[in-house]
Design a protein around this ligand. Structure first.
Ligand code: PMP
Length: 328
């Protein structure tokens, strides 16, 4: 199967942000002996910013939730934090203004790399933010294979810590299923039930409602799934979190995967079993994308307007004003 390049392979942006300062992307370096490399000690968040074409405004989805999840990942790995939520938010504004192309979305990776320290003593981490533009398009359906690799349990490699190390198993799973011709893998947990895909959560449709596993089944505490749940309830579609057996996926009416970068992508096949592409998940996906892109207004949607055309900060939002005072 042909290699699908990742967004960071396709783009080399001019700027990145290191501890709040703009730095040439190619000049961001890390020492060979940093714990980020020797012990895979880094935690991160992928955060999406949407360009609302109708209103010419760039808005970030759920920045507070991403900050809180980053804090929790860092706390669980004993990585001290040296920045506030306001500074985190200001980073999106600074880098966004440097990279934004009106009409296009931006996907940010905010990573805490442990640069100093040894086995928990004297730990220091740098916050590095990179950003990559994305065109608006509706991704093609995916084909998934169930991997023989498993998602670790809470006392082995906790799924709720969004650490780079957690992606080692996902990488093995993806290599395994891509050799079989699939696009991505479903990872099962220790009990043999569905945990998640390699970079997204799994949703199925059963008896007229959407079902997805809770975090305790070994998936990341997904911010996209929370947004989808809200949109789903608004559409009157039942939404439930409960454990899902492997055979339930195969028996389901529909299947999809959800994540910040994946948004809601439909799955047309799992291990040779095919699914309907025109049901509840297709409806939910259309509404989710319409809401994120500003085409449909859903009160309570967690989109924070940040930059307007021309790079100005968006007036009238206290959270943005306070964020921008940090950078100016
Ligand atoms: N699981 C994994 C392993 C992921 O990498 C992601 C993407 N961050 C998700 C689930 C979905 O999480 P979110 O919706 O918060 O992006």
């Amino acid at each position: 199967m042909a290699h699908t390049a990742s967004i960071s392979q396709l783009q080399s942006p001019p700027w990145a942000l290191v501890n709040g300062e703009l730095v040439c992307y190619d000049d961001v370096k890390i020492h060979i002996s940093a714990e980020a490399l020797t012990r895979a000690l880094s935690v991160f968040e992928g955060v999406k910013g949407y360009w609302d074409t109708a209103n010419d405004v760039f808005a970030i989805r759920s920045p507070r939730r991403h900050y809180d999840r980053l804090m929790r990942s860092a706390k669980l790995l004993h990585i001290p934090i040296r920045f506030s939520y306001e500074e985190y938010l200001a980073g999106f504004a600074t880098l966004g203004r440097a990279l934004l192309v009106p009409g296009r979305d931006l996907w940010f990776r905010t990573t805490l790399y442990v640069t100093e320290g040894h086995w928990g003593e004297g730990t220091v981490a740098d916050l590095v933010v990179t950003g990559f533009t994305q065109r608006k398009h509706d991704p093609d359906p995916m084909r998934l294979g169930v991997s023989t690799w498993r998602r670790g349990g809470d006392v082995t490699l906790p799924a709720r810590v969004k650490s780079s190390a957690n992606y080692l198993i996902g990488r093995l799973a993806r290599i395994e299923v891509r050799r079989l011709g699939y696009d991505d893998a479903i990872l099962l947990n220790d009990a043999g039930r569905v945990a998640e895909a390699t970079g997204a959560c799994v949703l199925v449709v059963d008896k007229g409602g959407i079902v997805t596993p809770p975090t305790s089944e070994g998936c990341l505490d997904s911010i996209t799934v929370d947004s989808l749940e809200e949109v789903s309830r608004n559409l009157g579609i039942p939404f439930e979190r409960r454990p899902i057996d492997r055979t339930e996926v195969l028996a389901a009416d529909e299947c999809g995967v959800a994540g910040t970068i994946t948004e809601l992508t439909l799955v047309d096949e799992v291990d040779g079993v095919t699914f309907d592409q025109s049901g509840l998940l297709a409806r939910l996906r259309r509404r989710y994308l319409d809401v994120m892109r500003g085409d449909v207004v859903l009160p309570g949607t967690d989109l924070l307007p940040l930059i307007s055309r021309g790079g100005q900060s968006v007036a009238g939002d206290d959270r943005v004003s306070s964020a921008l005072t940090v950078t100016t």
